[in-house]
Design a protein around this ligand. Structure first.
Ligand SMILES: Nc1nc2c(c(=O)[nH]1)N[C@@H](CN(C=O)c1ccc(C(=O)N[C@@H](CCC(=O)O)C(=O)O)cc1)CN2
Length: 395
């Protein structure tokens, strides 16, 4: 990718594009556009070990009360080596009536709304929202996610800027890049694509993003405000919003429901569990040290998996009728694919679909909605900047 800013592009969505479906859930859509995903970025074990060593160096002894600082390292699912790969979709005898939650179509509807609001903003104040993306290093997965984000911006008329920095640059260079975008009034949203190279202090870099441009919602103040029911964060992480959006749009009741969130990353698991509590769900969080994940998950009405482990959640983990939201996007070898690999979720789809009442596929589930939520957060930020919104976005 070139080092220059990606050109601003205003590609208004075709007037013929499908409007959000009317019906009992249609009232959710305008909120979706105001509301603002993704997967468990599963860093390689080595990267994670390096990070742990650095974290240990930085921690004082008083941090003992906060628990031992050891990384979430997921074991492979039991007997993974001996277990055959789950069958591919074709020819499987499903006895399922599960609804397949179509994230692509939900995302398209949200983008439609956003494009309309961007047009209105341009007419009203002569400006469009701007999103700046900082990409450090040359991870192929991160490069594709950034491409999706820029393409999403182009589709709805949001201006995008891209700062590409080499993987061996210093932390200060990244902070400087963030600071320049903080000062740029045409930029309303800034995100630093994660994961960052091992030698960088992620917290320091994320904290350098101005609170009011923190469209990823990873700034400690935004996370803290999400955790406190009496406070409102300016922005909520996009993957968490995407999970909620898919549940709400599918008409799934959350209040009092037992939801298990698998994974506790800052990108997905943690904010999703906080957001669910704000929706009055009873939340269990499962992580690499949970001793009985299968048992807990089997008691759940809703399972949201963001562990970053292919096929971790088997049919035996699910209660009949459970709703399954799969945030994982894990590459697995596939010699039949042109690329030599394909993406699969954390959930063994072929088994889960026989038990679930509703399930998201991978790809085409949470991922596209996550990108749509990023665009929505950027629009919200621009509205605040231009005085077109009086308060922080609704959750
Ligand atoms: N700064 C951030 N870094 C990362 C985030 C994030 O929200 N902010 N999340 C993930 C990666 N991610 C977005 O950045 C992301 C991952 C996957 C998808 C997606 O659309 N997946 C598709 C399939 C993708 C494919 O075919 O290549 C799908 O599920 O259908 C979007 C965004 C970690 N880093």
């Amino acid at each position: 990718m070139g080092g220059a800013a990606a050109a601003a592009a205003v590609a208004l969505l075709a007037a013929t594009r499908r409007r959000p479906a009317a019906g009992p859930l249609a009232f959710l859509l305008p909120r979706a556009a105001r509301a603002g995903l993704h997967e468990a970025a599963a860093p390689a074990a080595e990267e994670e070990k390096g990070r742990t060593r650095r974290r240990r160096r930085r921690r004082s002894s008083s941090s003992r009360l906060l628990g031992p600082d050891i990384p979430d390292t997921w074991d492979s699912p039991p007997r993974a080596a001996a277990r055959p790969s789950p069958p591919s979709g074709a020819g499987v005898d499903y006895d399922s009536t599960a609804t397949i939650i179509d994230g692509k179509s939900v995302a398209e509807d949200i983008r439609f709304q956003i494009a309309e609001e961007v047009r209105q903003m341009k007419n009203a104040v002569g400006h469009v929202p701007g999103l700046a993306v900082v990409l450090v290093g040359d991870r192929r997965d991160s490069e594709s996610y950034v491409r999706y984000k820029i393409k999403g911006c182009e589709e709805v008329g949001i201006k995008s800027l891209l700062a590409e920095l080499p993987g061996n640059c210093t932390e200060d260079v990244v902070v400087d890049s963030v600071s320049r975008f903080n000062e740029d009034p045409s930029v309303h949203g800034i995100l630093v694509q994660l994961p960052l190279p091992q030698h960088m202090d992620e917290e320091r870099i994320l904290s350098a993003i101005s609170l009011e441009k923190d469209v990823d919602g990873f700034h400690p103040l935004n996370v803290g405000n999400l955790a406190l029911r009496s406070r409102k964060p300016l922005f909520v992480p996009c993957a968490a919003k995407a999970c909620l959006e898919l549940l709400l749009q599918s008409g799934i009741e959350l209040m009092g429901k037992h939801v298990t969130v698998i994974g506790r990353s800052k990108v997905v698991g943690l904010p999703t569990s906080l957001l669910l509590q704000r929706h009055h769900a009873t939340v269990s969080i499962i992580h690499a040290f949970t001793t009985n994940p299968e048992e807990i998950t089997r008691q759940s009405d809703i399972v949201i998996s963001a562990a970053g482990v292919a096929n971790l959640v088997r049919g035996s983990w699910l209660k009949k009728g459970a709703v399954v939201i799969d945030v994982g996007t894990n590459p697995i070898e596939d010699p039949t694919s042109d690329y030599g690999y394909r993406l699969t979720g954390d959930v063994c789809f072929e088994e889960a679909v026989k038990l679930a009442s509703a399930i998201t596929p991978v790809p085409g589930g949470v991922g596209p909605v996550t990108i749509a939520m990023l665009l929505a957060n950027t629009l919200d930020s621009a509205k605040l900047a231009y005085g077109l919104a009086t308060e922080s976005p609704e959750l």
